[in-house]
Ligand binder design. Structure first.
Ligand code: MN
Length: 732
């Protein structure tokens, strides 16, 4: 990156005179003089006079084509904060617009430093609010940040990282959403350079190595295309070569795991024409000249991106099999693509009233402010900004043809909530292009999505959706629902509490008899279903401590002496392992063996057998509560026999095993767990997630496991996932 050149007042004036746009030059010069007077004697960290900074900011804004008042405000943007100059002085000399803009920038500056988390959140909210008031405030702020980033090497090390981080997370996405591509690319590249200097240098090196051949290739292609277009399109369209930004390459190389030479749009050509019809004509010609790569064509003319970007994109294979991207657009679209919201000033003589209230690009700002009104969670807000400003959006359609725009990675859940809150709450499934998909299905552009809803009373979102959905909108709606109706969580809590109490009291009622067993208590508490009863326990309407003594009596009466180890519910070993049970019972041959369901032993566990009356030997873990409680009972002592797993040579059987994962709650946890398991070919039968009181999450997954060794492997894999605190077998 070139050294930043110092902008002088003569350069600024010359640039204004060279341009076509009308400016009030004397007003700008007197703004400069006032700023120069107040900043006199102040120095930047580079040692240069302070005035060079507002000068550079004004120059950037001039390049973007902003108006006289914005340039004056840029020159004066630091005087109120850093000098004795007051807003009243500015108001008197330059009018209320300039004063208002400077005030907006000053307010933003006051909260700029990253200190406490609440302050960070507040900072972001202020940025959003300032933007929604007058968009020029944030454009000045972006130019200010850009110049500070260009001169960041003069800054202290840790401060540098903080600023780069904030720029990458907040300012670059905002520039992107406002469509100001030049600022966005430069902010990203500069932040990237400070956040990951190693990768930055590596990419710079790699790109330089390829520069010669790349430039030659692009020149050849341009020439070839120009020759052909000259014949068919008049006037001949402009053709530009385009190099992908370093950060753009970094994302593909480091994030998507591509090789530099695999990046299709590393080489790109841009063809700019006069009319939309010509766009499609040029597309036809390009596809005639070169072979298009399937599925790489995107029509952002008929469906513009959320930041109003429009173009046709296609990737074709050129000479020698090198793929390259071609972007085709009109001049009008080109201006929007390069300058975004700033094009209002550059090409349309500003916007009525100084702000563009009807601009779609402003609608999302208001949306974020509304959805973040109550949140103090910085991570959440940053996530909201980044997600809602994700570099790419996808567009999908309802069966009626309404288009819904969502960030990349959004799932059918996000889609449902984007249609309507109630559709989200009632969702019970989704079809994409008429096929059923799972909840975590990620939407792709152009798909038709039908949300299936349930009208069953009490149906609502699942807590695990919070880990699946991507948009802030869906998340806050789901949270709200749980705030109102925590039924699902209550059921879970209630059921676990009951199971815990039962275990403690050695009550073991088979699942299908549970309802019958609890019937009386359910009736007494007006609960129609078991879930109602669990929910009542969960929210405290039913106090277990008051029931348990009686339930235990009842249990002993009803199940009597059966309540011993021999009648623990068991599953036939054959169902789990086929005929090769893999268990050898001490001194007994050909004996029927079952695994006790109370502890679900796995190969590799320390095990013990219990000779049942008529059901063969039931196998328990040595740390099973039932074994520990009964092993010393003289009446049963002789019925415990030692058993062991047979050695190798047998095909391993598969066992279901439930693992409790406790983790710091975060988005994508479930996704990370499932992909970690998928990598080692472990299939998840079931998963439930809930939030713990301390903010952590507990995720219970049931998987199929071949043995102890594999189980340990799985547990180790899971423990390595970011934010995972512990992984344990359930029900120990
Ligand atoms: Mn500044």
């Amino acid at each position: 990156m070139a050294e930043e050149k110092t902008i002088t007042v003569d350069m600024l004036i010359q640039k204004i005179l060279d341009g076509e746009k009308q400016y009030d030059l004397s007003k700008i010069v007197s703004a400069f003089e006032l700023a120069n007077k107040y900043h006199d004697g102040q120095k930047r960290e580079s040692g240069e006079p302070y005035i060079t900074h507002p000068m550079a900011v004004a120059y950037i804004l001039l390049e973007l084509g902003l108006d006289t008042d914005t340039l004056c405000a840029a020159l004066l943007h630091d005087v109120v904060e850093d000098t004795d100059c007051t807003l009243e002085i500015l108001q008197k000399k330059f009018g209320s617009d300039v004063a208002m803009l400077v005030n907006g920038v000053t307010k933003l500056k006051k909260v700029e430093t990253f200190t406490k988390d609440e302050q960070k959140a507040e900072n972001i909210r202020k940025i959003l609010l300032a933007m929604s008031e007058d968009i020029r405030v944030i454009i000045i702020k972006l130019a200010d940040r850009l110049h500070n980033m260009r001169t960041l090497n003069y800054c202290r090390d840790e401060k540098r990282r903080n600023i780069a981080h904030e720029t990458m997370n907040i300012y670059a996405p905002i520039a992107h959403r406002l469509g100001i591509r030049s600022i966005k690319d430069e902010l990203e590249d500069l932040s990237f350079k400070y956040l990951d200097p190693y990768a930055y240098n590596e990419i710079e090196k790699q790109m330089n190595l390829r520069k010669g051949s790349r430039d030659q290739l692009v020149e050849d292609l341009k020439e070839k295309i120009r020759e052909r277009l000259e014949k068919d399109i008049h006037p001949t369209p402009a053709i530009e070569g385009r190099v992908k930004s370093n950060y753009g390459i970094y994302k593909k190389v480091y994030r998507d795991g591509k090789e530099i030479d695999q990046i299709y749009d590393r080489y790109a050509l841009r063809i700019i024409v006069n009319t939309v019809t010509e766009c499609y004509n040029v597309l036809g010609i390009i596809h005639d000249m070169f072979r298009p790569i399937p599925n790489r064509f995107k029509d952002y003319i008929s469906t513009p991106k959320a930041n109003m970007y429009q173009s046709l994109h296609t990737t074709v294979i050129g000479r020698e099999g090198v793929p390259f991207e071609v972007q085709i657009r009109t001049w009008d679209m080109h201006r929007t693509a390069e300058y975004g919201i700033a094009a209002h000033w550059k090409y349309k003589e500003g916007v009525a009233g100084g702000s563009s209230k009807d601009d779609q690009r402003l609608a999302w700002i208001r949306q974020i402010i509304e959805s973040q009104q109550e949140s103090d969670d910085v991570e959440e807000i940053v996530r909201a900004i980044k997600n809602d400003l994700a570099p790419e959006d996808v567009f999908a359609f309802t069966p009626k043809g309404d288009m819904i725009t969502l960030p990349v990675g959004a799932t059918v859940i996000d889609f449902a909530y984007a249609i309507h809150t109630e559709v989200g709450h009632k969702m019970c499934g989704a079809k994409v292009d008429k096929k059923m998909v799972s909840y975590d299905y990620q939407i792709k552009t152009g798909e038709i999505i039908e949300i299936l809803t349930s009208n069953v009373a009490g149906h609502g979102p699942s807590r695990s959706w919070l880990n699946i959905c991507k948009t802030n909108e869906a998340k806050s709606k789901i949270r709200l629902w749980f705030k109102r109706e925590r039924r699902e969580e209550n059921i879970f809590e209630g059921r676990s509490a009951l199971e815990r109490e039962f275990r403690r009291n050695m009550i073991r009622v088979p699942e299908d008899e549970l309802e019958e067993f609890l019937k009386m208590d359910m009736k007494r508490h007006n609960c129609d279903t078991l879930d109602d009863f669990f929910a009542a326990i969960g929210y405290g309407g039913v106090q277990l401590s008051k029931l348990i003594a009686r339930l235990k009596n009842e249990y002993n009466k009803k199940y009597g002496e059966k309540a011993t180890a021999e009648n623990q519910p068991e599953k036939d070993i054959k169902s789990a392992t086929g005929n090769s049970a893999g268990i050898v019972v001490d001194g007994v041959e050909d004996c029927v063996v079952r695994f006790a369901q109370c502890c679900n032993p796995l190969p590799g566990d320390e095990i013990i057998g219990f000779i049942t009356r008529g059901h063969g030997v039931s196998v328990h873990r040595k740390d099973c509560v039932n074994y520990l409680n009964q092993k010393d009972d003289p009446a049963m002592k002789d019925r415990w026999v030692s058993v062991k797993y047979e050695g190798t040579g047998k095909k391993p059987g598969y066992f279901k095993c439930t693992l409790d994962i406790i983790a710091v709650d975060r988005i994508g946890l479930l996704a990370d767990v499932s992909s970690a398991l998928a990598m080692i070919n472990i299939y998840i039968y079931e998963s439930t997630a809930r939030e713990l009181k301390n903010g952590n999450a507990i995720l219970s997954i049931t998987v199929s496991i071949a043995g102890m060794e594999q189980l340990n492997n799985v547990i180790n894999k899971l423990k390595k996932i970011k934010n995972v605190i512990s992984v344990e077998r359930s029900g120990r």
